[in-house]
Design a protein. Structure first.
Length: 282
């Protein structure tokens, strides 16, 4: 699972605050709230889901004011019900108000991804398959979104183009075929770099089996084709199913015996988890 480094969190939050505050700052809060005002506010879930991004939300306040405290009521990865207290924030009312939207944007987005991932993981419970993410992420926020997938019970696919070789259909065409692509990849890869190749048909799979790979991506295959592919592979490669996976179809895919099911929707289509930050009466 991708881990979020403090420096990474700090940079992302600072960029979000710069975007929100612009040249003049939070003019509404500056105009209406005394500098001396203190407040306590509660993050609460308005819908059931899985929490992710608490450290990022905290940084949204800490970057503005190191005296603001945030006490988590749950941990990342925890399931929450509507009404559950997620965290409590105390300190300068101005700082809390100014950091509120950045904190909620990160926390809601990441918790939405974790919640959708948890739904997929629950749907295949009892099978050997695992739910994996893809590179279909928000530019600049990949690490945060992949961390959220881990919080929801999924596993991370390659983080970027740099940490594994994945030969897709266009690579196969451009390199001159499956055999040529695999031979070139093996010659280029270091001994710690895995080689994965995408196939669309069982005939292509047979060619891959003749030449060898570490992982085979079985793209847009029916459950019957996936089951036959697993039978032909006989454990010689890790199997990954991908393409058009939904909550309605994922169980049938998992029951074919594949090792991984990659789902782009985890990061490109997850709805934000509805969370609120409400000031408490003095």
């Amino acid at each position: 699972m991708v881990e979020l480094q403090p420096s990474m969190i700090r940079r992302a939050v600072e960029a979000a605050l710069v975007e929100d505050l612009g040249l003049a700052g939070d003019i509404t809060t500056l105009a209406t709230v005394p500098a001396s005002a203190r407040a306590t506010a509660i993050f609460a879930a308005r819908k059931p889901g899985v929490i992710s991004g608490l450290a990022v939300a905290h940084e949204a306040f800490a970057a503005l004011d190191s005296t603001v405290t945030m006490t988590a009521g749950v941990a990342d990865g925890a399931r929450v019900k509507s009404g559950d207290v997620v965290a409590t924030v105390s300190g300068s009312a101005r700082s809390i108000l100014t950091g509120e939207r950045v904190a909620l944007n990160f926390l809601g987005r990441m918790s939405g991804i974790a919640s959708l991932t948890r739904a997929y993981a629950d749907a295949i419970a009892g099978t050997k398959a695992r739910i994996a993410d893809t590179r279909k992420t928000t530019p600049g926020l990949r690490a945060f979104e992949k961390y959220a997938v881990g919080c929801g019970g999924g596993v991370n696919h390659r983080v970027g183009l740099f940490d594994a070789i994945l030969i897709k259909d266009n690579h196969i065409v451009a390199s001159g075929g499956i055999e040529a692509a695999l031979k070139a990849a093996r010659a280029h890869a270091g001994h710690l770099v895995k080689v994965e190749i995408e196939v669309d048909t069982l005939d292509q799979l047979d060619e891959v089996l003749r030449h060898g790979a570490d992982v085979v991506l079985l793209d847009n295959m029916t459950p019957a084709q996936l089951r036959e592919a697993v039978t032909r592979i006989k454990g010689r490669m890790i199997t990954e199913a991908s393409g058009g996976v939904s909550l309605e179809t994922v169980r049938a895919i998992a029951e074919t015996g594949v090792d991984l099911i990659s789902v782009g929707a985890l990061t490109h289509s997850a709805p934000v988890l509805d969370l609120g930050l409400d000031f408490q009466p003095a």
